[in-house]
Design a protein. Structure first.
Lengths: 306, 321
């Protein structure tokens, strides 16, 4: 089996390295970061932290050098989904491509480029510490299932999940993976947005009663949209927010990290995504819209001269 | 009718200094400062105004109100965050005086009342200046200050008109209104949206604030917040004088510098950037409290109020940015 990881940042590296240990799977990785690509090809892809091993991965910054693959796993930041698919679509002329990215809207873009799409939601996280090296910060499960508008077969979804399971990645195949996707989406829409707008780590933000109440309000709007879509959440976003406060008090949500580094955020896949779907199906999301406008404003502020 | 022969300005930031510099050329003007060095410099050098006016006023400054003699008019020109301290320093002094307030927002009159019996004049100022030093202020925006008797314990409207006339003769601009609330609320609603959204997004008041094309354009939030503010004003029995949304559109389309992205750095954004406490409690917070009194919802104002307060917390945690 040949699999290509599209976007070999932290999450992509976790998938690539684990799968790279299997004898019957050939792993390719597409990433524009040349130093990372060169280090992976020279020394293998190294995981540290919760995992500790080196795996053989064929990395390329030019997708023309990658052979056709049976599966793709997209782990690029949501912002780069389209450009990554434009570069790699020729690898998947008759294949299934799975998104393990944040938020909503990625599958729709992927579906414009490949014949079959798999929805995925993943919890393991890490960060790149040096070219070719990724520290795994947390473990956790991944849920995948056919993307309804352009579905992969359940047989294909299961084959991908089984390969990952053999590689020690807890990937669970489901008929409908949207429950997991929306649970994480709603959690992120609350914790990321409030962290980014208050500049406070998750636990500290939760300790501001007014801000904690806003997180619940955001989650409530998202849950109403999911409900109208017929999606059954597989967890209570409010409990996840409180749990996050317990286990990751000083954690800065990725959107706050983006704000501090003045990098474009994933707001389009999170609060904008929820608000747009809410508009389409008639569920008002005024707070998600307000937050979306403010994060967009914040991104715009970095383009202004002082 | 009491004549205005002597004025005392409390708080010599940019706005206070503009009053001092202009009125000081016309009537006997005293300044109550917080710092000894500030008072000494003003006594030695006077106060110079540049920009829209070119003046130098001789004045009498002190940190002790007892040294300033009796006055007819006090102008309390501190930031809202310093009104309680400013009023406390006046307690027991200037028994014959009327007192004019020019802070942003609502609620400072009640604070001043706790420290003295001076009949109050409410004010809303649109002028702006840049303080270059303790003895030099630049007069930037020469827009008017609106004043009117405070409804609960106010000076007479005749006296208010006299104050407006004095301010106008000094080279600044003032307009007197018998009922200031409709004007005060227009500015309040405008300020609440523009200041708090700017403080959270780190944006000066630029044209994004008036854009409503895409779902995530910032103008939607500005518009919704201003509509909510107007609704709250009406629930409190105030029909606002001007349309805050139109003020917003005009302010960002003026093209003052010909640069599309030029925008005024609001006072709240300036406070945020300098990690100072903001006036959000008197502006956005005041509207939240008014909504509670009227029993109407204020989700947008509550959201922005909470976000600005939480943002203040972020630098209290890391004071040395």
């Amino acid at each position: 089996m040949r699999i290509c990881i599209i976007g070999c940042g932290a999450v992509g590296s976790l998938f690539a390295a684990h799968l790279g240990r299997l004898n019957d799977v050939e792993v390719w990785a597409y990433d524009p970061y040349q130093a990372h690509v060169d280090a992976i090809n020279a020394n293998g892809l190294r995981l540290t932290g919760q995992s500790d091993f080196v795996a053989k991965v064929n990395a390329r910054s030019d997708a023309a050098e990658i052979p056709p693959c049976e599966f793709g796993i997209v782990a690029a930041k949501t912002l780069h989904t389209r450009s990554a698919m434009e570069a790699t679509q020729h690898l998947f002329a008759n294949s299934a491509v799975c998104s393990v990215q944040n938020g909503v809207g990625n599958e729709e873009i992927i579906a414009e480029y490949v014949p079959r799409v798999i929805t995925g939601t993943t919890f393991p996280a890490g960060h790149i510490t040096a070219p070719g090296v990724c520290n795994q910060d947390t473990g956790g499960s991944t849920w995948i299932g056919p993307f309804a508008a352009k579905p992969a077969s359940m047989g294909e979804v299961t084959r991908l999940a089984e390969a990952c399971q053999r590689a020690d990645l807890d990937v669970i195949a489901m008929e409908d993976a949207r429950g997991a996707q929306w649970t994480k989406l709603i959690f992120n829409s609350a914790s990321n947005a409030m962290g980014a707008l208050t500049r406070l780590p998750h636990g500290v933000a939760c300790d501001q009663p007014g801000v904690r109440a806003l997180m619940s309000e955001l989650a409530k709007e998202g849950a109403a949209v999911a409900d109208k879509l017929g999606i059954v959440l597989d967890g209570d976003p409010d409990e996840m927010i409180d749990h996050g406060r317990e286990v990751a008090y000083n954690h800065k949500p990725s959107m706050l990290q983006d704000v501090e580094a003045e990098r474009p955020t994933e707001i389009d896949a999170l609060n904008v995504g929820i608000a747009k779907i809410g508009r389409e199906i008639g569920i008002p999301c005024p707070l998600n819209e307000a937050v979306a406008g403010m994060i967009k404003g914040l991104e715009h502020s970095w383009t202004l001269e002082d | 009718m009491q004549n205005i022969n002597k004025v005392c300005v409390v708080g010599a930031g940019a706005i206070g200094s503009l009053f001092v510099g202009h009125l000081g050329t016309l009537v006997e003007t005293a300044v109550l400062t917080r710092r000894e060095t500030h008072a000494r410099d003003l006594n030695d050098k006077g106060l110079r105004v540049s920009g829209k006016s070119q003046l130098t006023a001789r004045i009498h400054a002190s940190t002790d109100p007892a040294e300033l003699g009796d006055v007819d008019l006090i102008i309390l020109a501190t930031k809202a965050t310093a009104v309680a301290a400013g009023a406390a320093s006046l307690q027991g002094h200037f028994p014959r005086a009327k007192l004019l307030l020019v802070q942003n927002g609502l609620g400072c009159e009640e604070t001043v009342r706790q420290y003295g019996d001076w009949p109050l004049i409410s004010g809303v100022t649109f002028m702006s200046g840049v303080k270059h030093s303790d003895t030099h202020v630049e007069y930037e925006l020469d827009t008017a200050t609106w004043i009117g008797p405070w409804a609960e314990h106010g000076a007479s409207f005749a006296f208010v008109k006299k104050v407006a006339e004095l301010i106008n003769r000094s080279g600044l601009k003032a307009e007197a209104y018998e009922d200031l609330l409709p004007h005060q609320w227009s500015k309040l609603i405008f300020n609440s949206a523009v200041n708090s959204i700017g403080a959270v997004t780190d944006l000066p008041h630029i044209k994004s604030f008036a854009e409503r094309d895409q779902l995530s354009d910032l103008g939607h939030l500005v518009f919704a917040m201003m509509a909510e503010g107007r609704h709250i004003a009406e629930a409190r029995g105030v029909v606002i004088a001007g349309d805050p949304w139109r003020m917003n559109v005009q302010a960002v389309s003026r093209g003052q510098s010909g640069d599309d992205e030029y925008g005024h750095v609001t006072s709240m954004l300036d406070d945020v950037r300098k990690h100072r406490p903001t006036e959000v409690d008197w502006i956005t917070g005041a509207i939240v409290r008014e909504a509670q009194k009227a029993g109407v919802p204020a989700p947008y104002h509550e959201t922005l109020y909470r976000l600005v307060k939480a943002h203040e917390t972020s630098w209290q945690r890391q004071p040395n940015k």
